[in-house]
Design a protein around this ligand. Structure first.
Ligand SMILES: [Zn+2]
Ligand SMILES: [Zn+2]
Length: 314
């Protein structure tokens, strides 16, 4: 019997070139798997694309004196070239700054918001008065409270490796202009992950075909208990929050990047003038999705993406 096999391959972040680790870890295994299933006469849809948003790209643009768009477009072109030269048989390799990806991501955000799986909460954040912007953790520098290193970033100290948040950094300064930021109130949107904790645990425990390290990592994570996770940021590069009065905020990159698998399938169907064809892989029992990802991507694929999907559909 013909099966519909989705081959969903991790989205490379568009701020640096692909290297052998990406190829050996993700693209080559996915390509072998896809070719095998095509030989067995199964219907294969293999998609991925460049992860184009988020602060690492804006930081790179600042360093180079260019724009985030120029950074992502440059690396996206190089990804396409490398993948073509390697002969990786993608049905579509797109990116997350397409009109289609914006629309699919904003739809999912809107539905989760309407169903109260996304809620709003006031919080404090460091603000640079000179640059007139809230500073993402990566835009804050200062002294590490653990080891005293003076170049610690607001999200992590590179010398001792400890995770930080920008309020812990001693004598913080803005990475862009060097001045001391002030504390300001802001509001952000949060995904209510605890609402899915129990259902996820029951579901994950039934997935006997998962890799053992993925299962045990995920089950431990769920046993510890999920926390609500912010899904918006005060930055200017990324997909706008689709809620009236909050359009100046952007959707957090991790929230929209995993939606790329679905959005890319929809884009592929549109390109082939069969706008509903993506449903063969995403709806109904005949569709099976296989994800080819790196270790650090496990929580996004095994916890957050299923929660986003169930929250939208259920
Ligand atoms: Zn340190
Ligand atoms: Zn500044």
């Amino acid at each position: 019997m013909t099966e519909n096999i989705g081959v969903f391959v991790a989205w490379p972040y568009a701020n640096g070139d692909l290297h052998c680790g990406h190829v050996a870890g993700v693209y080559l295994p996915a390509d072998i798997f896809a070719r095998y299933h095509r030989l067995r006469a199964n219907r294969v849809l293999m998609v991925s694309g460049s992860d184009s948003h988020g602060t690492p790209i804006t930081v790179k643009a600042e360093q180079e004196g260019t724009t985030p768009r120029q950074v992502f477009e440059r690396y996206h072109a190089r990804f396409l070239e490398s993948l073509r030269d390697l002969g990786v048989s993608f049905d579509l390799f797109t990116h997350t700054d397409t009109e289609n990806h914006w629309a699919v991501s904003q739809d999912i955000f809107r539905v989760l918001w309407e169903k109260n799986y996304i809620f709003r909460k006031a919080m404090r954040q460091l603000y640079c008065e000179k640059d007139a912007m809230f500073l993402p953790d990566r835009f804050v520098e200062g002294t590490c409270p653990h080891c005293g290193y003076d170049g610690a970033r607001g999200d992590q100290c590179e010398r001792c490796g400890k995770l930080l948040d920008s309020f812990e950094v001693v004598e913080p300064r803005c990475k862009l202009c060097g001045t001391q930021p002030v504390i300001r109130d802001t509001e952000h949107f949060f995904l209510d992950l605890p609402a899915f904790n129990e259902e996820l645990l029951a579901w994950v425990q039934k997935q006997t075909h998962w890799r053992p390290n993925v299962s045990s990592f995920t089950i431990n994570y769920l046993h510890e208990g999920l926390q609500p996770r912010p899904v918006s940021r005060d930055i200017t590069w990324g997909i706008t929050v689709p809620v009236e009065g909050f359009e100046q905020k952007r959707i957090y990159v991790w929230f929209e990047a995993v939606i790329g698998y679905l959005a890319a399938s929809i884009e592929w169907a549109k390109n082939h003038r069969q706008p509903d064809a993506w449903e063969d892989w995403w709806k109904g029992p005949e569709g099976k999705g296989y994800y080819f990802i790196g270790k650090d991507n496990i929580p996004f694929h095994a916890i957050i993406w299923p929660a986003q999907r169930w929250g939208t559909v259920g």
